[in-house]
Design a protein around this ligand. Structure first.
Ligand SMILES: Nc1ncnc2c1ncn2[C@@H]1O[C@H](COP(=O)(O)OP(=O)(O)OP(=O)(O)O)[C@@H](O)[C@H]1O
Length: 714
């Protein structure tokens, strides 16, 4: 049984009687805790454990939910599953009962999916009607892009449209290349033999396969009809998941979903604020909505800022405040901003406010902003670990730009490590559209790692040749390779007279890298992120003023130093707003809060605001926001910090809201319950405790009062 005292809001949720309940919760308000308490309560009320199902999105969330169930005193046999796992179990049951044939092959990961994706790419390319502007490359990056797109099309149920819309129509509607859509359609055709009979199946297919089979075979395939389904982190749900939930709702099934509508930040993958609102209410008529407004993570000042930003009630259940400091940066914005971040981080550790850098995180809007930050951290010797995004030194577009500089110099020096040589060459080959076999790659890597000057032959022998009869590349790739070679020839000629920044800027302009990026990364948002990263790196190269050799040397040293720093066991975390969701640190720093950066230009303003809210509410002790001097981002203004501080000061000192429940709970042993009852104590069936109102004379109940309230039991 839990020792946690539920807040009045939490208690109301746990004991409410309606069939469908949607919990509108603020960040850190105990969604998971409350859902687990709902499960334990219903079980105590007689719902059998095997009639209860908890659905979550990830294995990590499953583990947390299991812990919370144990804390709430629920039985261990209650099923907690991810959506994919649950769907897979259903398919296995149907197969076991002989209702469907199931899949011949289960593809557990992207690696296993790759041959099937390649087959789909080849078939789509061979179609006489194929989109000739699309690069049907058979490489890992392209396979990954196809897999992500398959997952999006499934999550949004857009696959259902394939029956009545052409690839061209869908391409237009979804802002995707027609070639990519026909690959996805081909993949699905290769996979799907018949209802309930699949040539192969991956994790991404499971939920939509269950939905499709249930639609096609109707009552032949029985769906479970649990007495209670709870769905955590509901703000991440997509169309497929909400449809599955609907299918599980029998006439007496109770559904409780908890989420924060302000944390819908995965719309790229099908999440939609409507699933936290009207779409849920439409599918589950009579839904009651109840709030969880007390955050146990964010103190009063930050809570008031979050409320001002989102216009949703956001109170603090934390006794201590969470301060917010606005730091302004000036000239040379990137460097000045990062210098201030690094100074503040070092100050937190030196002053003892943070036990180590592991108490801190830097949350970026986007990975491209890490370049100046990582350089500042490396220069200061502060250990850091990237979480949810790669270090700029490892990102494929940066490796490609390094590769271009190596070509310009016709030397791989100073890089000698075979792994580093491999990463740079492959990134270069990918952008250049080089069609190498594994053994050709291995050969090139070995030779160049042994003698860095042989990159010259790699360039003249393969990279710049566009008429090799053995190559099977299409005309679009061939044209692109010719342009690539022309630009590289120019860079080689200019390498000694231009700086690295000028060489790269020339290459980016002549190669129209933004277009090339769109060709490779396909999805508009992915391509934009890579383009920003390329622009950021070129700007950085320009500020150094170094020539190609100098910059390559500098990057090599930076890589070595960052490798050494990575060995530290208590590093600072550098992450992005999206990847930070669900996490928490004592001190959070958010650099580059400037209009155009965060909120990002051309992005959906509502999702930008939600992302900002997610990032800022990861903090428990102090949030640092860095904004340009004289140009506060409109997010900073929206927080209305002076008013938030005033509200926090005006708040009654302590105890905080949840520590002052309107009930005083008693520790009454079972044998003394009648005595307590006679004195006026009442039974709380949610907490499973006796309680009195604060107005009642405590001395009568002194021996049962918890330690903080009275003498209690010896
Ligand atoms: N009534 C309560 N009293 C004290 N602490 C509580 C209470 N309810 C929840 N908590 C604590 O608040 C913290 C956050 O709870 P939980 O993880 O359930 O919140 P969440 O809303 O799911 O968080 P997130 O926004 O990160 O998804 C946990 O440490 C939990 O133990």
């Amino acid at each position: 049984m839990s020792s946690l005292l539920l807040t009045p809001e939490q208690r109301q949720i746990v004991s409410q009687a309606g069939q469908f309940l949607l919990i509108d919760a603020v960040a850190g308000s105990g969604k998971t805790t409350t859902l687990a308490q709902c499960v334990a309560y219903r079980e105590r009320q007689g719902t059998p454990a095997d009639g209860i199902l908890a659905l979550v999105f990830t294995e990590a969330a499953r583990q947390v939910f299991l812990q919370r169930l144990a804390q709430a005193g629920a039985s261990r046999s209650i099923r907690v599953a991810t959506y994919a796992e649950f769907a897979r179990g259903l398919l296995a049951d149907w197969q076991g009962q002989g209702l469907i044939d199931g899949a011949l092959d289960y593809l557990p990961d992207a690696e296993a999916m790759r041959p099937c994706v390649f087959e789909a790419i080849e078939e789509a390319a061979a179609d006489p009607q194929a989109d000739r502007e699309y690069g049907y490359d058979l490489n890992n990056l392209h396979a990954e892009i196809v897999i992500n797109q398959l997952s999006r099309l499934k999550g949004t149920l857009a696959f259902a449209r394939f029956g009545d819309a052409s690839d061209a129509e869908l391409a237009d509607e979804l802002d995707l290349p027609r070639g990519l859509l026909s690959i996805c359609r081909t993949y699905e055709r290769l996979r799907r033999i018949d209802a309930g009979h699949f040539a192969f199946q991956s994790e991404h297919d499971l939920v939509t396969d269950v939905l499709a089979i249930a639609d096609e075979l109707g009552e032949i395939v029985p769906l479970p009809c649990p007495a209670l389904v709870v769905a955590d982190e509901w703000h991440d749900a997509n169309a497929a998941q909400i449809s599955l939930l609907r299918k599980l709702a029998g006439p007496r099934t109770r559904i409780i979903a908890a989420g924060d509508k302000e944390q819908v930040v995965h719309s790229w993958n099908g999440a939609d604020p409507r699933y936290m609102g009207e779409a849920f209410e439409h599918l589950f008529p009579g839904t009651r909505r109840l709030p969880l407004t007390n955050s146990f993570r964010c103190g009063a000042t930050l809570g008031a800022c979050a409320q001002a930003l989102t216009a949703q009630v956001f109170q603090s259940g934390r006794a201590e405040d969470t301060e917010v400091e606005i730091v302004r940066y000036g000239k040379a914005p990137e460097d000045d901003c990062c210098r201030q971040v690094v100074d503040a981080l070092a100050g937190l550790v030196e002053s003892g406010a943070a036990h180590s850098l592991a108490d801190c995180a830097v949350v970026l809007r986007d990975a491209h902003q890490s370049i100046a930050l990582e350089n500042a951290l490396i220069a200061r010797g502060l250990p850091y670990a990237m979480d949810g995004c790669q270090s700029y030194l490892d990102r494929i577009e940066i490796l490609m730009l390094r590769g271009i500089l190596h070509i310009a110099r016709l030397s791989m020096a100073p890089v000698r490590d075979r792994g580093d040589v491999k990463a740079i060459l492959r990134a270069l080959g990918l952008f250049a559209g080089l069609d190498y076999t594994e053994s050709e790659w291995a050969d090139a890597e070995r030779t160049i790692a042994t003698d860095p000057e042989t990159i010259r032959y790699f360039y003249s022998g393969r990279l710049s040749r566009t008429t090799d009869a053995q190559e099977t590349v299409g005309p679009a790739t061939r044209r692109w390779r010719a342009r690539f070679a022309e630009v590289c020839d120019h860079l080689i000629a200019q390498a000694s007279s231009l700086s690295a920044g000028e060489l790269l800027a020339h290459a980016a302009a002549q190669l129209q890298l933004a277009d090339a990026t769109r060709r490779l990364f396909v999805h508009r948002l992915d391509a934009q992120a890579v383009t920003r990263s390329i622009d950021g790196f070129i700007a950085y190269a320009r500020t150094t003023g170094l020539d190609a050799a100098g910059l390559l040397d500098h990057l090599h040293q930076a890589q070595r130093r960052s490798g050494a720093l990575k060995k530290n066991r208590q590093p600072l975390v550098v992450t992005t707003a999206r990847a930070a969701k669900g996490k928490e640190w004592r001190f959070v720093h958010m650099p580059f809060i400037a209009d155009g950066e965060f909120p990002q230009a051309h992005a959906d303003p509502a999702e930008e605001r939600r992302l900002f809210y997610v990032a800022m509410t990861r903090t428990s002790e102090k949030l640092f926001l860095y904004t340009p001097q004289g140009h506060d981002s409109h997010f900073i203004r929206a927080l209305d910090l002076p008013a938030a501080r005033a509200a926090a000061r005006a708040r009654p000192a302590a105890p905080a809201a949840p520590a002052t429940p309107p009930r005083v709970y008693l520790d009454v042993p079972y044998g003394e319950k009648d005595a307590a009852k006679q004195l006026g104590a009442q039974w709380d069936s949610v907490q499973r405790k006796w309680w009195i109102s604060p107005a009642m004379p405590r001395r009568l109940f002194a021996k049962w009062l918890p330690a903080a309230d009275g003498p209690g039991r010896p």
